[in-house]
Design a binder for this molecule. Sequence first.
Ligand SMILES: *Cc1c(COP(=O)(O)O)cnc(C)c1O
Length: 403
Amino acid sequence: MAAGETRAPFAALCGKDPEKLFAEIPTPAYIIDEAQLRRNGEIISDTAQRTGAKFLLAQKAFSNYDLYSLLAPYLTGTEASGLFEARLGAEEMKGKEIHVFCAAYRERDFDEILRYADHIVFNSPHQLKKFGALAKRFGKSVGLRVNPECSTQNGHEIYDPCAPGSRLGTTREQWDALMTEDLCAILDGIHFHTLCEQDSDALETTLSAVDKKFGDLLPRIKWLNFGGGHHITRIGYDIQRFERCVRYVQEKWDVEVYLEPGEAWALNAGYLVTSVLDLPKNGSTQTAILDMSAACHTPDVIEMPYRPMLYGAGEAAEKAFTYRLGGPTCLSGDVIGDYSFDEPLTEHQRLTFGDMAIYTTCKNNTFNGMPLPDIWLLCETGELKKLTDFGYPDFKTRLGSKR
Ligand SMILES: *Cc1c(COP(=O)(O)O)cnc(C)c1O
């Protein structure tokens, strides 16, 4: 990771020390950075204007709807993974397009999805056959997700929809076996989603695979959705190549281009502030137990896995004092990672993790009776505003009948 990248999660603070900035906020807490969200929105809408591509917010990465009105001017609509996200988009991002993709729709959800959605994308020819004609009757734009069988990521197989045997998307072999002329006739568009935190070189590679596998079918459709995983707002992302890719597709197949990034909208636009509760030492391992949990509050740290950036800290052994940072839960593996500091940590000390607006507030849980961290907003004016008031009821109502 380049030095610029290391600082990027905190760049929006403009050199201000988060320990001071967030000193009055009870921990643990997520803080969303309004200024950074707007900067991301501007980068995305600039490329949208230059290319004519349409950008959606993939809500599964970021769905803090208090900020939807801020993002609205920069986007064409929302992307939902099913009924609830579609409804959230309808309620909170009013007047914008709603696109839905689900690996398989439940019959009892579908009528309601028809109320909200503009585009409905199916995962298999069977799903298309089951629901496609109905969707068309309701005036929806109908798409099929394809699998170009082109893996461009290394390391994160759980995020690779092109991994062997993947259940996501229709391969050309499946298409040829199952797509009838009638089914092809109801298709308005084709969707692919194969990237994760990638630059536009991976998009370019993927597009040539899409061309090779499905190029003969593309002149028949109206739109091509490039999915998410485009790290457009990351420092150093090659936007020019991205725009060449979009223009190439627009010209070659005369299609409307949609993109549905999640991360890129809220990249580096959030922090997680936590406090040190205890500093036990076992042999040579010095631990700091925090009041946040990796398993509950930043599940991707364990699932992906990755090591989040921590303000003022270095890699293990890079600075004088190294600590293994862990949560207060009973899970042995509830560890965020090893970090080093110039000074020894002390009880009550606050630590601030960066890039915490994505796949966090929308993915956390209350395992072990862990409280949900409240969500705060760092306004563009510098003011801090509390958006939520989580407590015991948010734990209890998920477990039983009493309200
Ligand atoms: C996850 C996902 C996205 C968003 O991906 P990001 O990596 O957050 O940009 C978009 N579309 C689909 C179908 C997805 O599954």
